[in-house]
Design a protein around this ligand. Structure first.
Ligand code: ADP
Ligand code: MG
Length: 686
């Protein structure tokens, strides 16, 4: 399994290089590249016998042409597929290349949904494979379909794996055979599962293979988390004892009363900080639930004990906002503090002037709380006595970045770590990936928050329904976010949709100022626009999702999300969290372009504003791997395991728990030890 990829039959230097570029370096990597789906060509039907639903047909295509709709942005490619029994219409949306893709003289298999649209039956957005390729390659009509990876075609993977086929029987077992494990974990099971996944003779075989592999994946994940937990317990950190009088005074001096949820979370964190093993805690709370103040109180406790705190935020806008609000807070408290010390705070972003001087102050211990962006992570940022790290919107940072920060603590100690996120993590995920994390939850919004009404609206109705509502908001002196989908063009993001939309809105609402924000702009340009919006110099802000993170403009009470079908549930919820932060009722419009019923995602958004509920729903709707992938730069890439399969998780968790009791045995399982490394990195504090 660990042999280099060059040893696979059919891999020359050029292919080897291409494979390595997509991280396929060993034979094992290739064997674990599992098919995306399986196509069952046995179920191919004659056109005359078609029934609505997912279908496979075999035929020739003709009459191909592209239509542009009146709304311009949508292209429709139409064609007619014929076999010996009849003909049907087929349609692709926004895939104009389809019109030129086919050889009209040759036969293809078309796989897609056969359905009634606008009174006519059609095959919607089918995928197509040359019939000859299928018929020559498929045994029993059942075929695995691989995903292309950059320049490597699916067929390449199929061919290479086929060459390895005789070797599959030699794949060694991987998992320990402890007592009480499920029956299907038996000698030879792994080899069989991998074989069945790549060369199944029936859907049942493929499913059995996947079942085993899902278990294996969960086992590895959970074992890594459990071993990390044990490792982290062995690290030393500086105890930061609870300074009751001081904290009480701080809390009394706050301009508001803490919610019960905030009190509870603060208490849990302050207790962790007292320990001489490092805290590794996740603070979860919906947007606007007030996580920052909880973190600030903990930072104050570190200061009182003579240790420094670093607060890492994903954008300069956010870091600046944190800095300003905490500076106000601590300034207002400083007067009444007699002998007690409030943190001296500083801001460090790419745009900070006199960085050198500031870094010297940090290194000398003349700053207690440093709030910053990635600029904090550079090698020349050193701390005098870093005892506590806070990472805001932790899913925005990679493992490497987190590690860089943690390593800035004094030698031989690990800092306490508090990660914060507004993307709640469903319970099943907590138990697996985050098995070693303590979690505090702020599940209560501060009093007086206004509800956000959410409405799905077809874009064609915007003139009649949306614009009048926008006018009302603007007449009241309030502000609006308008979110546009970015379009990927040859590895870059095009800002065109933002510009076009801004122009259009400027024409419709000529009395107000319309501003623009997108990823192509320079950081200080972005900051300028965001500041202007915060100061109500801009009334409508047209933006890509760069505003998604943490930004706080309480006077903005409406958000319109264009092409809302293109976003994940977590992201939609984050975006919606930009509004409803003041004392006025807020609204969110989800614009759709498609026909038919809106997706479940959008309907759930309409029904609920509870981030925890939405996270559970999201996990059910999405496939394996996707949810966490979006959360942490795709560093954890689950291939098979479905994180809503609680029974399999429970089995794997028990098994991993037993094995973790004898960690020294891992040395007899070198391949397993190697495989879990990538998961271990995710949660280690080293
Ligand atoms: P998030 O959890 O999304 O990071 P913030 O910490 O930014 O939320 O808080 C959102 C807003 O709510 C801030 O303006 C903050 O000052 C305010 N806030 C926090 N806690 C309370 C509270 N207990 N009562 C009233 N306002 C609060
Ligand atoms: Mg926040």
């Amino acid at each position: 399994m660990s042999a280099p990829i060059e040893e696979v039959k059919g891999v020359g230097p050029k292919t080897a290089e291409a494979l390595k570029r997509v991280n396929l370096k060993t034979v094992g990597d290739l064997i674990y590249l599992l098919p995306r789906i399986y196509e069952n060509y046995q179920t191919t039907v004659d056109i005359a016998d078609l029934r609505p639903g997912k279908v496979i047909i075999k035929g020739k295509i003709g009459d191909l042409h592209v239509v542009r709709t009146s709304r311009k942005r949508l292209t429709i490619t139409q064609g007619v597929i014929r076999d010996n029994t009849g003909a049907i219409r087929t349609v692709w949306f926004n895939q104009p290349y389809r019109a030129k893709q086919f050889d009209e003289k040759r036969e293809y298999y078309f796989t897609g949904r056969y359905e009634l649209k606008n009174g006519r039956y059609q095959l919607t957005s089918p995928s197509a494979t040359l019939a000859q390729d299928v018929d020559n390659n498929v045994e029993n009509g059942f075929q695995p379909i691989y995903s292309a990876k950059s320049s490597l075609k699916p067929q390449t993977f199929r061919k290479l794996l086929d060459g390895l086929r005789p070797n599959f029987a030699k794949i060694p077992d991987l998992l320990p055979f402890d007592e009480g494990i499920p029956d299907f974990i038996k000698p030879g099971a792994r080899a069989e599962a991998l074989y069945n996944s790549h060369f199944p003779e029936s859907p049942e075989e493929a499913e059995a293979g996947r079942h085993y592999l899902a278990y294996e994946e969960l086992f590895e994940l959970i074992l890594a988390a459990k071993l990390n937990q044990q490792e982290n317990q062995r690290l030393r950190s500086n105890s930061l004892p609870f300074q009751q009088k001081f904290i009480q005074k701080l809390v009394k001096g706050l301009p508001f009363q803490l919610t019960n949820a905030q009190r509870r979370a603060t208490w849990e964190i302050l207790q962790d900080l007292e320990k001489s093993t490092p805290m590794n805690r996740l603070l979860q709370g919906d947007v606007g639930s007030g996580k920052t103040i909880v973190a600030a109180l903990a930072a104050a406790q570190a200061t009182q004990n003579g240790y420094q705190t670093a607060l890492l935020a994903p954008t300069a806008i956010l870091a600046t906002q944190h800095f300003e609000s905490l500076q106000n807070l601590f300034d207002s408290l400083a007067g009444d503090m007699d002998e007690l010390r409030v943190p001296r705070i500083a801001l460090l972003t790419g745009a900070t002037p006199h960085k050198k001087m500031l870094k010297r102050l940090i290194a000398n211990g003349d700053v207690d709380l440093v709030i910053g962006t990635h600029a904090l992570l550079t090698d020349d940022t050193n701390f005098h006595s870093l005892g506590f790290c806070i990472i805001d919107e932790q899913h925005r940072f990679g493992v490497g970045q987190r590690q860089k920060l943690l390593l800035k603590s004094p030698p031989d100690t690990a800092p306490h770590l508090l990660s914060m996120t507004a993307t709640p993590i469903p319970r099943s995920l907590q138990l697996t990936i985050f098995g070693d994390l303590d979690v505090s939850i702020v599940n209560e919004l501060p009093p007086g928050r206004q509800p956000i009404t959410t409405k799905i609206l077809p874009e064609v109705q915007q003139n009649d329904e949306l614009y009048p509502k926008m006018r009302e908001i603007l007449d009241k002196g309030q502000q609006i976010y308008w979110i546009c989908q970015i379009i990927e063009e040859k590895n870059t993001h095009s800002a065109t949709p933002v510009k076009k939309q801004a122009k259009k809105l400027a024409e419709v609402f000529s009395k107000v100022k319309v501003g623009m924000l997108h990823g192509k702009m320079k950081t200080d340009e972005k900051d300028q626009i965001m500041n202007d919006f915060a100061k109500n110099k801009i009334q409508i802000l047209v933006s890509t999702t760069v505003v998604e993170v943490g930004v706080n403009v309480p006077n903005a009470n409406m958000i319109v999300i264009q092409d809302s079908e293109g976003y994940g549930l977590a992201q939609l919820h984050q975006l919606r969290g930009r509004v409803g932060r003041g004392d006025q009722p807020a609204s969110c419009f989800l614009l759709t372009t498609g026909e038919g019923k809106p997706s479940k995602r959008l309907r759930e958004m309409e029904k609920s504003t509870d981030g925890f509920h939405l996270a559970e729903v999201d996990l059910k709707i999405r496939g394996p791997g996707e949810i966490y992938g979006a959360m942490q730069h795709g560093e954890l890439d689950l291939q098979v395991a479905n994180l809503s399969d609680t029974e399999l998780i429970a089995q794997a968790s028990h098994h991993a728990g037993e094995f973790a009791k004898r960690p020294e045995e891992l040395e007899h399982y070198p391949e397993l030890a190697q495989r879990i490394k990538k998961y271990q990195q995710l949660t280690t504090l080293n």
